[in-house]
Design a protein around this ligand. Sequence first.
Ligand code: NAI
Ligand code: MG
Length: 325
Amino acid sequence: MTEEIAVIPGDGIGREVVPAAREVLETVEPGFEFVEAEAGDGVKEATGEALPDETRELAASADATLFGAAGETAADVILPLRRAVDSYANVRPVRAYPGVDAPNPETDLVFVRENTEGVYAGHEAEVAPGVTTLTRVVTESASEEIARYAFEYAAERELPVTIAHKANVMAETDGLFLETARRVGADFDVPHDDALMDALAMHLVQRPEDYEVVLCPNLAGDVLSDLAAGLVGGLGLLPSANVGEERGLFEPVHGTAPDIAGEGVANPTAAMLSAAMLLESLDHDAAGERVRSAVQATLASGPRTPDLGGDATTAAVTDAVVGRL
Ligand code: NAI
Ligand code: MG
């Protein structure tokens, strides 16, 4: 059966890097059916809706979705899209690559971030003028689901797990997260320990090589993975997957990069590596590996975009990767 891929470029450099990643997919796996849809600031300006129903429905029914980025409307687009594909895990591999000037070239780890609750559950209020509150939601069921995902991921790759938390202060919410993750971990033959997330931030900078799979509550995973991005040479390199039981949504970690949008110089690496994760989620492992190798070889020898110190365009880098494929 033909697999259907929803393609949602969004705004800004999403419209430059997503077509590059689509070209890579078309080259390695010619059988996919691609369906394009709109989301973000541009479509909101035109129609009043940042996430049109047809886009949401497409993501909810396609076998996988490739997304770029949305601008000011990001929260109105990406949070409902992640829900549309029923994703509970946000997977962010962070790696230093040969040929790329990385502040810490030893970095090679994966963040597995809870994707549905915590402080992003949306329970914020102004309770009186000048007084605001936020309710942090942590459930045993969501903690168990994300912990199981992280331990299965680690077991398959024979890697250890570090559980990030702040249970010394948030005793109820992170207490439950930590206790649940430890209970799940006991079912696996996977070495694991835990770390207070503030101290972990420092250790990640000093000794990223000590970490492999880092299991995080929602906000901690968002912040710590961006911190790790800084260790490998920037956001242009970081892919991510939002995974659920049935389907996934794959997107570069970066946003719309308004400072360079429209110039044709965005780094397509993050979007291409997101496409590799998409391929693997559909069990096209060999194709995923071919994309990864072609991207790595291109990073090593060039051409490179300006964020990596080069002067190549998105199109030149894309041609080089496609040529290798
Ligand atoms: P950003 O990721 O768009 O840009 C941060 C910096 O990294 C900029 O200097 C940019 O030029 C650079 N950069 C990012 N990706 C790059 C690439 N592929 N190649 C070369 N350089 C790259 O983050 P920023 O500036 O905080 O946000 C810009 C807009 O994007 C905002 O409107 C924000 O809401 C949105 N955003 C959307 C996200 C999403 O849709 N998932 C995620 C993050 C931000
Ligand atoms: Mg973020």
